[in-house]
Design a protein around this ligand. Structure first.
Ligand SMILES: Cc1cc2nc3c(=O)[nH]c(=O)nc-3n(C[C@H](O)[C@H](O)[C@H](O)COP(=O)(O)OP(=O)(O)OC[C@H]3O[C@@H](n4cnc5c(N)ncnc54)[C@H](O)[C@@H]3O)c2cc1C
Length: 313
């Protein structure tokens, strides 16, 4: 069902800013895709709560962080799209704890923790998103996931009620969180271990080097396109349980495959790239072509890790 375009006059009055037809896709890592009917930047936490209290319940709400894991479809996003502001990016440390707003960049959280002598959070330096995105995706790399270091987080439901959630309550599994799709993460507390800052900073440098070598991080990309299938899924298809999704993509001729302006990276074939003039439709069609080939050859349905949001044009 196509929803009617929302206008600012349909919305509660706020202290923050509304922007109609905001170029959302262009702000993402892929640098393509449609607009948001209405973008809302709350002035602060209370403004966001009052906005949710006053918003008609039938209006869809969507929140983004750094847009490093999303394809915004060419037809754009209906309802209200929320981008949190500076009020949500504070990072504070206390003993072995790090308290952070949901808009703080993962890399900044890793850096602040390391400088304060808190180890265990350096994997965040390898993920180019925000803490809100990390909580939603249970982001992780090099053997650590967000759930491993999360103590608790705060989230707002669609009506503006605050919930404090622990990782157990959030059902965090590989690149997935069970928290309702319309919850908005506000902040999080992580626990690391006390260590010498230099030791932690050295590990961070190693992570950065590994990423430079193995991922197309200077391209217009969105990280891993598909999640690695579970050992159970692989064995049902008669495949070895330690096979990674990039190997399957490679075996169906995916490396370097192009549709329109979209290409599967030569450097890491589970990364999709906008070569310059890709549309969101090109990116999605390329992903679906890979899924079709893997299904035909291995009888295995790949799961998109990248979120595809909005309407096709
Ligand atoms: C070069 C590159 C390398 C990457 N490497 C990795 C990696 O090693 N490991 C990994 O796990 N990921 C990786 N990613 C993917 C991506 O960075 C992560 O998924 C990241 O956690 C997404 O955060 P974001 O702020 O960009 O979220 P967005 O892309 O903005 O949003 C992703 C999802 O999170 C939701 N979301 C965002 N903020 C909030 C909030 N405040 N409240 C509720 N929901 C929210 C959105 O609604 C959406 O569903 C990589 C991406 C790129 C481009």
């Amino acid at each position: 069902m196509t929803m009617l375009k929302l206008k600012e006059q349909d919305l509660p009055s706020v202290r923050g800013r509304y922007t109609e037809n905001a170029p959302l896709g262009a702000q993402g890592w892929f640098k393509c895709g449609g607009t948001a009917d209405v973008l809302f930047k709350p002035a602060d936490r209370d403004d966001l709560i009052e906005f949710l209290n006053g918003l008609r319940p039938d209006v869809p709400v969507q929140v983004f962080g750094a847009l490093s894991n999303c394809i915004i479809r060419d037809g754009g996003v209906r309802g209200v799209t929320i981008r949190l502001g500076r009020d949500f990016s504070e990072i504070k440390t206390e003993e072995d704890l790090v308290h952070t707003g949901a808009l703080a960049l993962d890399a900044n959280v890793a850096q602040v923790a390391a400088e304060a002598g808190i180890g265990g959070l350096e994997f965040f330096s390898g993920i180019p998103g925000t803490i809100g995105g990390a909580l939603r995706m249970n982001a992780g790399c090099y053997g650590t996931e967000t759930k491993d270091v999360l103590v608790e987080c705060e989230a707002l439901d669609r009506a503006g009620n605050v919930h404090v959630l622990t990782p157990d309550q959030m059902g965090m599994t590989y690149r997935h969180t069970d928290v309702p799709e319309d919850y908005i993460f506000l902040s999080a507390t992580f626990r690391g271990t006390r260590e010498e800052p230099d030791t932690v900073l050295t590990r961070m440098t190693e992570i950065k080097q590994k990423r430079e070598e193995s991922q197309p991080i200077r391209e217009k990309t969105g990280g891993s396109t598909f999640a690695n299938p579970s050992a159970e899924e692989l064995s049902q298809s008669g495949l070895s349980p330690d096979i990674k999704v990039w190997q399957l993509i490679d075996q169906v001729g995916g490396r370097g495959l192009q549709i329109g302006g979209a290409m599967m990276s030569e450097k890491h074939c589970n990364f999709m790239i906008n070569m310059g003039d890709a549309t969101a439709a090109d990116l999605e069609a390329l992903g679906e072509e890979i899924r079709k080939r893997v299904l035909e050859k291995f009888d295995l349905a790949l799961r998109w890790e990248i979120k595809r949001i909005g309407e096709t044009s």
